[in-house]
Design a protein around this ligand. Structure first.
Ligand SMILES: [Zn+2]
Length: 63
C-alpha cells in the first residue's frame, strides 16, 4: 500500500502541468495522458520510460 502523503507528491512527469496520479490496481494512472506507472514491491516507478500506455504492450525488459 502506498502512503497517501507520498501519493500526493507524485505527479506525472510526462505532462507539463504535472497532474497528480491516481492509484488504480497495481499502478498509478495519469488522467491526462493515461499513462500507467508501475508499482513494484510498493515502490512507484514514476518514470516516463517505464510508463505503460494503454493499448501498447508492456515495455520490454531492460537489456
Ligand atoms: Zn500524464
Amino acid at each position: 500500500m502506498i502512503d497517501r502523503l507520498l501519493l500526493e507528491l507524485l505527479a506525472c512527469p510526462a505532462c507539463d502541468n504535472r497532474p497528480p496520479l491516481r492509484l488504480e490496481g497495481e499502478g498509478l494512472v495519469c488522467d491526462q495522458c493515461h499513462r500507467i506507472y508501475p508499482v513494484r514491491d510498493g515502490i512507484p516507478h514514476v518514470v516516463v520510460s517505464e510508463a505503460i500506455l494503454p493499448g501498447s504492450p508492456a515495455p520490454a525488459e531492460e537489456k
